[in-house]
Design a protein around this ligand. Structure first.
Ligand code: FES
Length: 126
């Protein structure tokens, strides 16, 4: 086997910045049951921990535009700090007023303790 064959392709071992992945934080920087604000370019993001998962949502509440990174997390949902609407971290769905606009969710990867995300929506139809 050549040296080249013995290596994992970059994309399998590590998110590729050429594909838009950005290292945003270490998992432990995200407080339990709270958010952590970050940015990719001009897009404001809110990172959350949910058990062993890390979620990345746009830091924007569809109701009136509050930053949801200031919200609390209860039972897998972030509660907006302004009027208390709830959004599921997994898919952005609003449980306060079902059928209303969802929070935007982005692709996120946890590699070891490193939190990566890119501006590709995981809920484009929401
Ligand atoms: S701005 Fe978030 S619930 Fe109103």
């Amino acid at each position: 086997m050549s040296e080249e064959q013995g290596r994992l392709p970059f994309a399998e071992s590590h998110p590729d910045p050429a594909e838009g992945w950005v290292l945003l934080a270490q998992r432990t920087e995200i407080p339990e049951n709270e958010g952590l604000a970050r940015k990719i370019g001009d897009t404001e993001l809110a990172l959350f921990r949910e058990g062993e998962h890390v979620r990345c949502l746009q830091d924007f509440c569809p109701h009136r535009g509050a930053g949801i990174s200031d919200g609390r997390v209860v039972d897998g949902q972030v509660i907006c700090p302004w009027h208390g609407w709830k959004y599921a971290l997994e898919n952005g769905h609003c449980s306060t007023l079902p059928g209303s606009a969802s929070a935007i969710c982005y692709e996120t990867r946890l590699i070891g303790e490193a939190v990566w995300a890119r501006l590709v929506r995981t809920n484009p139809d929401a």
